[in-house]
Structure formats: C-alpha cells, structure tokens
Design a protein around this ligand. Structure first.
Ligand code: NAG
Length: 184
C-alpha cells in the first residue's frame, strides 16, 4: 500500500509448472488500476483468443510498459496489456528485450529495478542465477511520478514470487547524466 518516490525494488519469480506459457512480472509506479508501470514476461508468442475489441499479439521477451488507460480495467485494457506494442489511450511499450526469448519453466529469475520518478529514470535487470540475462539500460519516462509496488500475472498459473525487497532511494544513478546528454 505504500506509495514510493525513488525506489529500488528486487524480487524473484519462478513458474512452478510446465503448464501454460503466459505472463508473469511485477508492477511499480502504481497510482490506480488505470495508471502504472508493468514489467511483464511471456514464454511464447501468442495471439489473444479474444479478437475483440482488437487483435492483440504477445511476443516472448521482457516488456516494460507504461499503462495510462482512458477506460480502466475492461476489454480494451486487457487486450492492450496482452499486446506487445503501443495501444492508443491505453499502453505505451517503453522497452522490449531484443533477445525476444521467453522464460523457462521451473526456473528462478531475479529482477532489480531502479525507479527515480523525480527525473523519470527507469532501469531493470534480470538475472538467471549469477548471469545477467536482460538489461533495459536507461529508460526515461515521466508518465507516473511514483506509486505503489506489486506483482503481475496474466493468465499464468503457479507463479511463485519470493524474496521481494524494496528500499527508498532518491540517489540518481550515474548513467542518468550520460544518457541525458546523449539525447540532448
Ligand atoms: C541508491 O541508488 C544508488 C544509485 O543507483 C546506488 O548507487 C546506491 O547503492 C543505492 N543505495 C542503496 C542503499 O542501495
């Protein structure tokens, strides 16, 4: 329930079944069910089974999305969350892991998120054991100016989230300045 400004958020997720291939992940910057960031990872490519209100295609690979939904929970937001891409008035895809590989069954992944909403800095890393398997590098977005933390599931059973840890942290990481200068 606590809303955060700058925060470091880490945790582990593990899909403890060979059944299904859907989305697992986590949420941050949660203001309400229409406004939040989500980091979500699908195992396999799949077109959503409800083609209304629009066709939605999920790609494997980790995605960072800014959800700012004009409708709130419902069919529009459902398909927009499933879809790997932008959906007007619902979701913006801020980053997608270019490796485009899905999570493995019965495998633990640990994430490290840094969010500094005062400057719009977001960076997320995923580890499988000691190995870094994905890194968003610096993503700049100010859609949500902080908010609550949580976990995320879309249609996947038997997800275990473990060792969730968070810490207030308003220190701007060093790579923010280099990124900002490169873009200027
Ligand atoms: C706070 O964030 C900075 C920049 O990312 C990092 O260097 C530092 O270790 C963090 N502090 C703590 C206590 O984790």
């Amino acid at each position: 329930y606590t809303a955060f400004n700058g925060v470091d958020f880490e945790g582990t997720f593990h899909v403890n079944t060979v059944m299904d291939d859907d989305y697992a992940g986590f949420i941050f910057g949660y203001q309400d069910s229409s406004s939040f960031y989500v980091v979500m990872w699908k195992q396999m490519e799949q077109t959503y089974w409800q083609a209304n209100p629009f066709r939605a295609v999920a790609e494997p690979g980790i995605q960072l999305k800014a959800v700012k939904s004009s409708t709130g929970p419902g069919e529009q937001l459902r398909n927009a969350l499933w879809h790997t891409g932008d959906t007007a008035s619902q979701v913006r895809l801020l980053w997608k892991d270019p490796r485009n590989v899905g999570w493995k069954d019965k495998t633990s992944y640990r994430w490290f998120l840094q969010h500094r909403p005062q400057v719009g800095y977001i960076r997320v890393r995923f580890y499988e054991g000691p190995e870094l398997v994905a890194d968003s590098n610096v993503v700049l977005d100010t859609t949500m100016r902080g908010g609550r933390l949580g976990v995320f599931c879309f249609s996947q059973e038997n997800i275990i989230w473990a060792n969730l840890r968070y810490r207030c942290n308003d220190t701007i990481p060093e790579d923010y300045e280099t990124q900002r200068l490169q873009r200027a």
